[in-house]
Design a protein around this ligand. Structure first.
Ligand SMILES: Nc1ncnc2c1ncn2[C@@H]1O[C@H](COP(=O)(O)OP(=O)(O)OP(=O)(O)O)[C@@H](O)[C@H]1O
Length: 724
């Protein structure tokens, strides 16, 4: 520790010595003149050599003492060694040789301390705003990933390449025209201020007009072409993403929030489209303009250009800090608006519950609270914006005053004309905007590429339940076997819902699954429908694993009517023929008749053309179920699964549906039912509880056994169900 402190003291001493050494030669006063002699001799090079020497010495000694140097300290070292030299160089270039030195102005030997502390404060400020927290490797990986994603988005733009190329041509034209306007404005002022020549004046005005027109026309064409490319890209991307999403297994939808999915579809796809087209457009335009303007400004006055560039790092820093903070607040605003919308949506969707519990007021208050949150965040965001604009305006004013001051000096010295100064000022205000835009767009582009990352994540995702089977045998008997099946849901992997289940469903028979609630009956059905993939064991259909069958074939042959059948907005006819391309009206009517739905549909004013409303909410529960049964029957499936399907039907409808189902033989029928009449008719009853098969046999066999089925019957089935 003592050794390190001594070495540190030595380094500081060494630094101060190198700082003043060249100026402490014979005749130079250590405290007063500082390195003034160096540039009094016009020796700028020596200033830079000294700075470089100090940097190397400090860097090496720190490395020897500490082994490694943190990025923040590296920045501090560089700024500490180079700050005064850069400042002196700028001043020397602008004002020529000066009698005063920077160090002299700062107050002799104290200057070292003052500049050291100032630079340390700046480095700390920088570290607070742009921390090196994740290390350099992480940053490099991130950039690499961003580049890969960027190129991938670009490849998706291939079909719109013509639009993009056209847009780029107009972009370049617009930039050239825009850049020429201030130049001719200055020329006009010079003509007006000097010896007036009508011909020169006319030519300058014509050029100005032509460039203005050219710039507006090209900008319009450029914008239109870019928008065409973005819209077509977004559309294509959405369709592709949607296609990839609906292929995913059911577990994916259980583990992924609906909001995430919809925001990928609605927000991220246009954002990634913008990443390439719009941002690249702005980036290119601004970059070309910046370079062009800088060269034009250099030709007008290189000294003023240097002065103006001194503002750039400060503008960049300010803009960077503001953009970071603003984007964070903008995201907070988005989230809070989403929360407010969610609350309103929930209330509207559940308006019946709200009304019956009389919670209208509390729901309104909840909505109000959320809106208030949004309002608060917006206030914060706007305050930050106001402060930023104020600071920016201040910077602009300071720069303009400095420019006018030096511009006047240069005009007096004959280094530039009044028109040149006007052109320069016009370029300058535009250039500052351009630099801000460049900084903003760069950040925004990384953000947009981030959105592309999320979209590609879904696009590349392989469904865990494979749909790549190929078997499509012409005849299928519908013989099903569950073989030592164990399963847990993806959301609760630690809990086994089915444990080592083995059972058999024979063609032409009716099997009833019974058992207490939560026993695992619906889970068996979900596995048979291939909604999930069992972790152990397998299901065989006609001796072949279920996954080896072709996806569409399997779902035509194995149809299911769920506990709460879902209808889609559209006509009854469309709902019955859902997913079938060539299906005659006669087939639809026949399926409806067998599901005991034809009579109620015929009584409706528009019959089969009646709109069922969103999720079928314009129909009763029983009507919905009958349409869902017709939808399953029209496919003439070999295996039909009914999950508590007759629960919403009255006794008469149920009887008719049962008769229809009985007439469908030879089908393999699997029914989850609570009604004893249905169960009794089954050729086989399987009792499932806690994910295990407890008993199986006919009603009579199980009753005689007086086991779990016997007890269950007493406990679960209502009096009216009990046979006389
Ligand atoms: N999507 C899911 N994610 C996680 N756990 C689930 C899911 N669906 C069901 N479960 C759980 O699995 C167990 C079996 O549920 P299942 O729906 O198969 O029972 P069930 O016998 O059909 O019950 P019910 O007669 O009430 O419909 C229950 O404990 C349930 O909480």
């Amino acid at each position: 520790m003592i050794l390190k402190t001594c070495m540190l003291a030595m380094v500081i001493g060494l630094d101060i010595t190198t700082f003043y050494a060249p100026c402490s030669g014979p005749g130079a006063s250590f405290s007063k003149t500082g390195p003034i002699l160096c540039y009094a001799l016009g020796n700028l090079v020596s200033l830079w050599v000294i700075a470089g020497f100090r940097l190397v010495i400090l860097h090496s000694v720190t490395l020897i003492i500490f082994g490694s140097i943190k990025p923040m300290f590296k920045r501090w070292l560089a700024a500490h060694c180079l700050l005064a030299t850069v400042y002196e160089t700028g001043r020397l270039l602008l004002q020529g040789s000066s009698p005063e030195s920077t160090y002299g102005l700062l107050g002799g030997p104290r200057s070292w301390l003052v500049s050291t502390v100032a630079v340390a404060a700046a480095a700390l400020f920088w570290e607070t705003i742009f921390p090196d927290s994740n290390g350099e490797n992480n940053g490099k990986e991130k950039k690499q990933k961003a580049r890969v994603l960027f190129m991938r988005v670009l490849r998706f733009y291939k079909p719109d390449m013509l639009f993009l190329i056209g847009a780029f041509v107009f972009l370049s034209l617009a930039v050239v025209c825009e850049m020429c306007i201030p130049f001719y404005t200055g020329k006009v002022i010079d003509i007006l201020g000097g010896q007036y020549q009508w011909n020169d004046f006319r030519t300058a005005i014509i050029f100005m007009g032509l460039f203005s027109l050219g710039s507006s026309f090209s900008a319009g064409c450029r914008g239109g072409l870019f928008m065409c490319a973005i819209n077509s890209f977004t559309c294509r991307m959405r369709v592709e993403l949607f296609g990839a999403l609906v292929k995913q297994e059911i577990g994916f939808f259980e583990t992924t929030k609906t909001g995430d999915i919809t925001s990928r579809l609605s927000k991220d796809t246009p954002l990634m489209g913008r990443a390439v087209a719009l941002n690249v457009n702005v980036l290119l335009r601004t970059a070309i303009k910046t370079v062009g303007m800088l060269s034009l400004m250099m030709s007008l006055s290189w000294k003023l250009t240097l002065l103006m560039l001194m503002e750039t790092p400060i503008t960049g820093l300010l803009q960077g800090v503001y953009d970071n903070y603003y984007q964070r607040l903008a995201k907070e605003v988005q989230d809070s608006i989403a929360r407010a919308n969610e609350s309103a949506g929930e209330t509207v969707a559940g308006i019946r519950t709200v009304r019956s519990f009389k919670t209208e007021r509390s729901e309104a208050a909840r909505f109000d609270d959320r809106l208030f949150d949004t309002h608060n965040i917006k206030m914060r965001r706007d305050t930050v914006r106001a402060v930023y604009l104020l600071l920016r305006r201040l910077m602009e004013v300071v720069m303009q005053v400095a420019m006018l001051y030096f511009g006047r000096l240069f005009i007096q010295e004959g280094q530039m004309s009044t028109g040149n100064l006007v052109s320069f000022i016009l370029y300058q205000s535009d250039l500052a905007n351009n630099i801000r835009t460049l900084i903003y767009i760069f950040g925004d582009m990384l953000n947009s590429v981030g959105a592309a990352g999320k979209v590609f994540e879904y696009l590349d995702r392989e469904p865990e339940v494979s749909t790549k089977g190929t078997l499509q045998p012409e005849t299928l008997t519908g013989h099903i076997r569950f073989h030592n099946l164990s399963f847990s849901y993806p959301t609760r992997q630690e809990r086994k819902v089915l444990q080592d289940i083995s059972l058999e469903l024979k063609p032409g028979t009716l099997t009833a699954l019974v058992g207490p609630s939560g026993g695992g009956k619906s889970t068996c059905v979900s596995l048979l429908e291939r909604f999930y993939q069992p972790q152990e064991g397998e299901i065989l259909l006609d001796g072949q694993p279920l996954q080896s069958y072709q996806h569409h074939y399997l779902h035509r042959k194995v149809a299911m009517v769920g506990q709460e059948p879902v209808l889609f907005s559209g006509s009854i006819k469309d709902n019955i023929a859902y997913g079938l391309k060539d299906c005659s009206l006669e087939q639809i009517h026949e399926a409806a008749r067998r599901a005991n739905a034809h009579s109620f549909i015929s009584q409706l004013e528009k019959g089969y053309e009646t709109d069922v409303g969103e999720r079928g909410n314009q129909l009763s529960g029983g009507e919905k179920q009958r349409i869902a049964i017709a939808r399953a029957l029209i496919r003439e499936p070999q295996v039909l699964i009914l999950d508590e399907v007759t629960s919403a039907l009255d006794a008469e409808s149920e009887l008719k549906v049962q008769e229809a189902l009985n007439s469908c033989r030879p089908q393999t029928l699997l029914v989850i039912a609570h009604r004893l009449k249905t169960i009794e008719r089954a050729h086989q009853i399987i009792v499932i509880d806690e994910g295990r098969v407890l008993e199986q046999g006919t009603h009579k066999e199980l009753m005689d056994r007086k086991g779990s089925y016997y007890k269950l019957r007493e406990r679960l089935f209502t009096e009216e169900d009990t046979p006389q």
